[in-house]
Ligand binder design. Structure first.
Ligand code: CA
Length: 233
């Protein structure tokens, strides 16, 4: 199987021996892997999309818990924690830091890969295709694809995230700042007015008449609201 066909996994682990083993096993199974050996490198690499994150609890520059809650501020990517000492598993269970699973070292790489696959199966099932206005707009969040009717429309990742953030809360007004926080994540360069420029481009791509939008409505002085109607499925 080609590397990366199954998805991309971020491995945050400072012990090279361990990250090497994890990487080899994941790649053997068709995953693409990115390894970060510090918390700082992990945060930097988060601009890329990952299907799952394997996160060591003890990093040289940061606690895994801290990194986990940071990731959770902007993403619900599945996280599997690697813990070294007995007792750490109790900490994870007790802290409710947003990890989806944990594996205690020393662990079987095969078991870790099996858990990775189980989590991905679960997420993929929940990422169903969203359809609005009798199929006029369809969004496939798992593949970053959008269709207007039957025509595939190319959106930039930021446009896609803005549209998804709005479409997930039909009828609810989101302020520009809320949208910046929801779509930019760790990319702090965004200024809330840049949202207006993205919305303008989005409307040209998704609305029949961008001047009379039927999907994204401007709420004067506040932000935007998704006014499409979700289809029953
Ligand atoms: Ca460590």
């Amino acid at each position: 199987m080609d590397s990366g066909q199954r998805g991309t996994i971020l491995v945050v682990e400072d012990e090279k021996k361990i990250s090497d083993i994890v990487r080899v096993y994941l790649e053997k199974d068709g995953f693409r892997t990115v390894v970060a050996d510090t918390g700082e490198k992990a945060i930097k690499s988060l601009k890329e999309h990952f299907d799952l994150i394997i996160l060591d609890l003890l990093l040289p520059d940061m606690q895994g818990e801290e990194l986990c809650s940071l990731i959770r501020e902007s993403s619900d990517v599945p996280i599997i924690m690697l813990t070294a000492k007995s007792g750490e598993e109790d900490r994870i269970r007790g802290l409710g830091i947003g990890a989806d699973d944990y594996v205690v070292k020393p662990f079987s790489p095969r078991e870790l890969v099996a858990r990775v696959k189980a989590h991905l199966r679960r997420t993929r099932k929940s990422e169903k295709i969203r359809s609005f206005n009798n199929g006029a707009l369809k969004m496939d969040a798992a593949n970053y694809e959008m269709k207007k009717g039957d025509v595939m429309v190319t959106l930039t990742p930021t446009e896609f995230k803005i549209l998804l953030a709005l479409a997930e809360k039909p009828g609810r007004v989101l302020s520009r700042l809320q949208l910046v926080n929801m779509v930019q994540g760790y990319n702090f360069e965004g200024y809330d007015r840049t949202i207006d420029a993205h919305i303008k481009n989005l409307r040209h791509k998704i609305e029949d008449d961008p001047k009379n939008p039927t999907l994204i409505k401007t709420i004067y002085a506040i932000g935007y609201k998704f006014i499409g109607t979700p289809d029953e499925n």
